[in-house]
Design a protein around this ligand. Structure first.
Ligand code: SF4
Ligand code: SF4
Length: 86
């Protein structure tokens, strides 16, 4: 599953730089997670980094994006391949 940010977000900015997939960005009123980029940190870390750092615990699973670990791993690999060469 991808994760999502609820309207309890206080726009503290700390989660955005922690996301290894650049899935977090400022939305119209509060931060948002692009579900097509969020892998729940699978492939990068054991735990979702945004959830670990969020001071108000406003990042639940996104019920519209139910994905198995295998699907998340495949998404991670696809995102890695799409990254520009450094
Ligand atoms: S769970 Fe990981 S990949 Fe998903 S938004 Fe949070 S930091 Fe980014
Ligand atoms: S860490 Fe939590 S409160 Fe802070 S911007 Fe991210 S989602 Fe919002």
């Amino acid at each position: 599953m991808a994760l999502m940010i609820t309207d309890e977000c206080i726009n503290c900015d700390v989660c955005e730089p922690e996301c290894p997939n650049d899935a977090i960005s400022m939305g119209e009123a509060f931060y948002e997670i692009d579900p097509h980029k969020c892998t729940e940190c699978v492939g990068h870390f054991d735990e979702p980094q945004c959830v670990q750092i969020c001071p108000v615990a406003c990042i639940p699973l996104n019920p519209e994006f139910i994905e198995s670990r295998e699907v998340l791993l495949h998404k991670y690999q696809t995102l890695q391949q799409a990254k520009p060469e450094k």
